[in-house]
Design a protein around this ligand. Structure first.
Ligand code: AMP
Ligand code: ZN
Length: 116
């Protein structure tokens, strides 16, 4: 599996940096965001180092779908019955800070549209 020793989220995957784990399987890890922007703020990441969603080639289609399915099941567990938002920031104009693909699951409050 592709790893980048300099990457913060690869270091969380390896256990070198601790996280508040929400879900884990062979390919995916989900953990609480350290600076939550909503009452529920979970990051769902592939264990493999893929820098941005734009770098996910066609052979990652199933993995991308699973990230969303896991986000949905965490939302269900968290009882976000009134809705939630899934966000993938891609590169600098979108405000991506950590260059390891991640889906934000945000819930527990109302969100504005359009986003800032
Ligand atoms: P993005 O701006 O989409 O790249 O989001 C990166 C997210 O990672 C931000 O919401 C940060 O709060 C979060 N983050 C940064 N460091 C950590 C960490 N050590 N553990 C959990 N979340 C983190
Ligand atoms: Zn990484």
């Amino acid at each position: 599996m592709q790893r980048d020793p300099e990457c913060l989220f690869c270091r969380i995957v390896s256990g070198e940096i601790p996280c508040e784990k929400v879900y884990e399987d062979a390919d995916i890890l989900a953990f609480a965001d350290i600076h939550p922007q909503a009452p529920v703020h979970v990051l769902i990441i592939p264990k493999e180092h893929i820098p941005t969603v734009a770098d996910a080639a066609a052979d990652k289609t199933l993995l991308l779908g699973r990230l969303i399915q896991i986000a949905n099941s965490i939302a269900k567990e968290q009882e976000l019955i009134f809705g939630y938002r899934l966000v993938i920031n891609c590169r600098k104009d979108a405000g991506q800070e950590v260059f390891h693909l991640h889906v934000h699951l945000l819930g527990g409050r109302k969100f504005a549209w359009p986003p800032g």
